[in-house]
Design a protein around this ligand. Sequence first.
Ligand code: BTN
Length: 308
Amino acid sequence: MNPKQKIFKILNQADGVVSGETLSAELGVSRVSIWKHIQGLVKSGISIVSSPKGYRLVSDPDSLVPWAFDTWQDRIHFFQETGSTMDEATVMARKGCADFTVVVAQRQTRGRGRMQRTWQSADGGLYFTVVVRPDIPMMLAGLVNLAAAVDMARLLRSLYQVDACLKWPNDILVDNHKLCGLLSQMEAEGDQVAHMNIGIGLNVNNVPETETPIAISLKALLGRPVPRREILVAFMNVFEKRMLAFDPHVVIDEWKSNNVTLGRRVRVITVKDMVEGTAVDVDSHGGLILQLADGTRQTVMHGDCFHR
Ligand code: BTN
């Protein structure tokens, strides 16, 4: 544990003010050095009140700084501001970071969505990327995205009783309003996945910009702010379990039972093309099977899907 972690732990466990003297004795460093560490903690987003009597941590269930997490703190990398958590995660993944490393940001200046869109990432939203290293062939990588969306939708339903449903491939909608989007990037070794970075943008306490479908936040749905840390912890707990026992059939079954795309007339816009039809099924790799007007079937693997 570094000095800042130790100070955070002591303040977190204390019920009130801890004097500079106590901290200095516990850490074996001068009070000036304690003061400098406290400034560092405050700069990294932790709320600490200083008074002549000492220091008091202001409890903040929304805080995303690693020390505020019990079990996940060694794998969480927090940025007050970054371009995109996807880019930070890519650098870490290429350097060999651990499975289930999480990069989370308070805000992103170049947050991106699928199909080269911008992802508005103002304060209050939950923006994070998880690095996973599943032992699966590249062909099945799309199912990891579906799995992440299933897990997030389920936990939103169980924690907040919102009617979170999946729109192919992995948007999470409530009453046709977009609550959450997922983006993934993969690097391969031969035909196996080397790592996948799953980026998740969840509208929690932010006011999302209008897009199609119209976006909505958890705060707007529930009429109260929601602490982001409990969502991130709950997601990581279920997603880790899921990935350690990854079963493609289970993912597809669960996706199907939470989706609002199958059975509907849809338009799917791909990088090069546009296809319209009725969404009839997903295949074993997560591709969407469309029944076209001429009766033939076509499978699309990637694209933006619009319900008609
Ligand atoms: C979409 O619906 O288009 C996907 C949005 C994904 C946004 C998240 S926010 C965290 C991560 N970092 C990014 O730049 N994008 C993803």
